[in-house]
Design a protein around this ligand. Structure first.
Ligand SMILES: *Cc1c(COP(=O)(O)O)cnc(C)c1O
Length: 222
């Protein structure tokens, strides 16, 4: 068995059946993705649109692709036809554009709202204040061609586990307050996407329903 297949199987055996594993294949070749796919992995995450477009035509059609990186408005139309989920919705404007592109092809696109939980400035995402302002001003449930399925966040890159745990706990609290405040009537609002190779165990303890794992499956990226 290849390392990649072994890693997929090992991780899968450690996860509760309610938690979804998204294999993050950014910067990794198609051959690596095939190995993971052959080990039973169906969900893959990429963070760049061009890279995703290049790869997906070379790969099995039943792969479910998640976009996990910042999405530029002008690229939305390229991914809407096939994307399984856009985890990185970080502005209301982007949500409106996804909705209108999805409407054109009569599709409904699953989305997560990315919330900024880290102290690093470089990570994208809404602040909770900004998000609540948006949700008060606009009725996102009126955008019929996007389906808000929950939230996504990235913790600070640090060895301070207490800090990471707090950030995940904060994201979980955000999830529940959004659910209570705005999405109570939606059966789809149920995903809490948090946890990467270095911190997924902490994320699971804090209630993650979806982990995004790259290097632990495919090895370090260059
Ligand atoms: C790269 C990336 C991951 C995976 O990171 P690893 O540390 O390799 O597991 C998860 N989420 C996002 C948003 C990423 O950009």
């Amino acid at each position: 068995m290849s390392d990649i297949a072994g890693n997929i199987i090992l991780l899968g055996s450690q996860l509760p059946s309610t938690v979804r594993l998204v294999a993050v294949s950014k910067m990794k070749p198609v051959s690596d993705i095939i190995e993971a796919y052959n080990a039973g992995q169906k969900y893959f995450g990429e963070n760049r649109v061009q890279e995703l477009l290049n790869k997906k035509d070379l790969l099995p059609k039943d792969i479910i692709w998640h976009l996990i990186g910042h999405l530029q408005s002008n690229k939305v139309k390229y991914i809407v036809p096939f994307i399984g989920m856009i985890q990185s919705v970080d502005s209301y404007k982007l949500l409106v554009i996804i909705n209108s592109e999805a409407l054109k092809i009569e599709k409904v696109v699953d989305c997560l709202l990315q919330i900024h939980i880290a102290t690093e400035e470089t990570k994208f995402g809404f602040s909770m204040d900004e998000l609540c302002e948006n949700l008060k001003s606009y009725n996102v449930l009126n955008l019929k061609n996007v389906r808000i399925c929950g939230v996504m966040g990235m913790a600070t890159f640090t060895s301070d586990t207490n800090k990471v745990k707090k950030e995940f706990g904060y994201l979980r609290d955000c999830f529940y307050s959004l659910k209570d405040g705005y999405f109570g009537s939606s059966i789809y609002f149920k995903e809490l996407s948090m946890g990467m190779s270095g911190d997924y165990e902490l994320a699971l303890k804090e209630g993650s329903t979806m982990i995004r794992i790259g290097s632990l499956i495919f090895g370090q990226r260059k």
